[in-house]
Design a protein around this ligand. Structure first.
Ligand SMILES: CC(C)(COP(=O)(O)OP(=O)(O)OC[C@H]1O[C@@H](n2cnc3c(N)ncnc32)[C@H](O)[C@@H]1OP(=O)(O)O)[C@@H](O)C(=O)NCCC(=O)NCCS
Length: 304
């Protein structure tokens, strides 16, 4: 289907995971951090739509990542991700058009759309009917800042992630995230084993951290921990294995994590808003999946 919408005609099509150069050009033009592994993962577990000009230039993208329901955690939902338009093609309705395509696909499958909006994306989502759930902040740290000498709380052990830790890790993650994202967690564990750590208390997994390399920085997260001190000990274990620039996205309610990040040389780069598409649910029952009290770092705004 072609449309002009005030610029050159564009054609809608499924996103082709083999066109990595075009995908990376799109995310790179916005200064985003995704690398080829990120796009490959998202398009293998999710579904994407694009708009291209007649000369083949990819000008816009949208991806959805379905996450399965975990035991006792209600229905499934899907992350709306990689909503991007080339800078010179913005303001022509491209993002709104692909968003509607994605919302139609999710509605047909009974999946609730959830996303983390940038300030630029927020008005576009509001217009389509998304509502705010809670706020997040992206923190960034350049390499070279020394880490403070923080003691690991008594009785707690921080260890590199091993196969035997997975059942405990998954049991901790499901209520924090609000769904089953095992495929994502496994992929992150394989991509950056040096960052992957668990916290153990009496042999029980009480926290974990994962992360991944990116185009210009290492992204830490998700980091889930039963208490703030465990979360900070995990942060330090991952940071000790991360030279160079680091990004970490934390819910606004995580005061102790914000303070710990600042003490380690991080500065807030930009806000995000977690939003969901409420359908016809009564306003009082609208709640984003998961528990931001134990979710100390999210995986990233494009992953949840
Ligand atoms: C956010 C982003 C995706 C929006 O893309 P876009 O294609 O410009 O969005 P749309 O055109 O659908 O809507 C944006 C504006 O264009 C206007 N618009 C929509 N259709 C239009 C048309 N046919 N002609 C002119 N303007 C139009 C909209 O009213 C809207 O204006 P407003 O927000 O100032 O009120 C784009 O700015 C972007 O890639 N930003 C960087 C990455 C980013 O932050 N993505 C969001 C991730 S959550």
């Amino acid at each position: 289907m072609a449309a002009t919408e005030g610029g050159p005609a564009v054609l809608a099509h499924p996103l082709d995971p083999t066109r990595l150069d075009a995908l990376l050009a799109l995310s790179g033009a916005a200064g985003w951090n995704q690398d080829a592994d990120d796009w490959t993962h998202m398009l293998s577990v999710g579904r994407g739509w694009g708009l291209s000009q007649a000369d083949g230039t990819l000008v816009a993208s949208t991806v959805v990542l379905p996450y399965g329901p975990a035991d006792g955690l209600g229905g499934g939902f899907a992350w709306v991700s990689m909503v991007l338009v080339l800078p010179q093609c913005r303001g022509r309705g491209h993002a709104s058009r692909l968003l509607r395509e994605a919302l139609g696909w999710l509605s047909a499958r009974g999946l609730v759309p959830v996303l983390d909006a940038t300030p630029a994306g927020h008005p576009v989502y509001r217009r389509e009917g998304f509502v705010d759930a809670w706020g997040l902040a992206r923190h960034a740290r350049d390499g070279g800042t020394p880490l403070p000498d923080a003691a690991v709380p008594e009785g707690l052990r921080i260890e590199p992630l091993r196969e035997g830790h997975w059942p405990g890790l998954r049991a901790l993650d499901a209520p924090a995230f609000g769904g089953d994202r095992t495929a994502l967690l496994r992929a992150l564990g394989q991509r950056a084993p040096r960052l992957a750590h668990v916290a153990l208390h009496d042999g029980r997994v009480t926290g974990y951290v994962l992360g991944r390399p990116g185009r210009g920085a290492t992204q830490l997260g998700p980091l889930v921990a039963a208490d703030a001190a465990t979360g900070i000990a995990l942060l330090d274990a991952a940071l000790a294995a991360t030279p160079g620039r680091v990004l970490a996205d934390t819910p606004d309610t995580q005061g102790a994590m914000h303070a710990a990040l600042h003490a380690r040389g991080f500065a807030v780069q930009r806000p995000f808003t977690r939003m969901l598409y409420p359908d016809d649910a009564p306003a009082a029952s609208i709640r984003a999946p998961g528990d931001p009290s134990t979710l100390r770092l999210i995986a990233g705004p494009e992953l949840g």
